[in-house]
Each structure stands twice: as structure tokens, then as C-alpha cells.
Design a protein around this ligand. Structure first.
Ligand SMILES: [Fe+2]
Ligand SMILES: [Fe+2]
Length: 187
């Protein structure tokens, strides 16, 4: 499926700006990692874009309603199982690189955006040191589980500073594309 088609599908089920932005941020991070690992950027991007497709309709049963929204659109078992595996307490094992990656960038991409929004230069020059500082600030984005941020990066096998750098660069690149479409992750 093309990115444009996936975005239309997502917008059928996601109406709030918050979830849409989060989906776009996770898409950006997944694309950045696909590039880094020499994988299919479009495919990894779609995993990011669509991973929370059932969240608004079924917040308490998310992501277990994803199959009924994705199967009719033609997504296969492997794609759907990858999405099912991203939840923190998922019983689906994270046994592939893209599963580990989706879990590692899910909360991290939005946490980085939240940090960027506090800075005058936003994403430019944002490094792991500033992100770590905000992770220590318990009042900041307090719903985000810090331990999971570090443990999921570790499970993916990347150094934390490199993890932040990869996601920041991916977000900067994606932001430029989104701005051309009249959209922004940062306003
Ligand atoms: Fe989710
Ligand atoms: Fe998510």
C-alpha cells in the first residue's frame, strides 16, 4: 500500500490531532530506522503510521482491534502481527527487528517531540543529553514510562544516544515533508 492510501485509511479511524501527530511521528522514526538498517522504508513507515489505528475507537482493547481494520485493507498476517506486538504487555513476542523497533520508537518519538516543543530551536540540535534531562524530570510527560524507553532501546540493540539521534533526524526529515503538505508535528 502507498503512504497516501494508508494516510486516508488512518484518517477514517483517527480523528484527533493528538493521535494523528503521534502516528506521523512514529512513522518518521520507523522510516529513519528502516534506512539505517537497510530495510524497506515504505513498509516500516506504514507500520508506524498505522500502529495505533484502533486506539480511538477501542482505547481499552487497543491494539487488538487492529486486525479487523487492517485485514479488509489488504494487510497480511505478518504486518498485522507486528502491530499487535507493540503494546507494552502484548502476548505477541517481539521476535523481529521491526517489532523491536516499533516498540522502541513508539513512546520515544512522541517524548522527543514533547521535549522539542519546549526548546526555541525545536528539533535542531536536540541531543540525548537534553532528552535524558527531561526523562529525569518526573513532572514532565509523566504518563511516559522512562524504564520502558531505555529498556526497549536496549532490546533493539542500539545505544541510547544513537537511538535519540536516529529518531531526531528522522523527525526533522519528516517534518520537512509534512510542511510541504501544510502540516506540522511542531506547531
Ligand atoms: Fe499503541
Ligand atoms: Fe503508539
Amino acid at each position: 500500500m502507498k503512504r497516501e492510501e494508508a494516510l486516508i485509511l488512518l484518517k477514517e479511524h483517527v480523528k484527533t490531532d493528538r493521535v494523528l501527530r503521534h502516528s506521523l511521528a512514529v512513522e518518521a522514526a520507523m522510516r529513519a530506522y528502516a534506512k539505517k538498517f537497510g530495510e524497506d522504508e515504505n513498509y516500516w513507515g506504514l507500520l508506524g503510521l498505522l500502529h495505533d489505528i484502533d486506539f480511538e475507537k477501542y482505547p481499552d482493547e487497543h491494539p487488538y482491534h487492529a486486525p479487523e481494520l487492517l485485514k479488509p485493507a489488504g494487510f497480511d498476517e505478518i504486518f498485522i502481527t507486528t502491530i499487535l506486538s507493540h503494546a507494552s504487555a502484548s502476548e505477541f513476542p517481539r521476535d523481529t527487528k521491526e517489532k523491536l523497533c516499533l516498540h522502541a520508537v513508539d513512546e520515544m518519538a512522541s517524548f522527543i517531540i514533547a521535549v522539542a516543543l519546549m526548546r526555541p530551536t525545536k528539533l535542531e540540535g536536540l541531543d540525548a543529553k537534553s532528552v535524558k534531562k527531561k526523562m529525569k524530570d518526573k513532572a514532565f510527560a509523566k504518563a511516559v514510562n522512562r524504564e520502558e524507553l531505555t529498556a526497549s532501546a536496549e532490546a533493539l540493540g542500539v545505544d541510547f544516544a544513537e537511538h535519540v539521534e536516529t529518531i531526531v533526524n528522522g523527525l526533522i526529515e519528516h517534518e520537512a515533508l509534512l510542511q510541504k503538505e501544510g502540516y506540522s508535528l511542531l506547531d
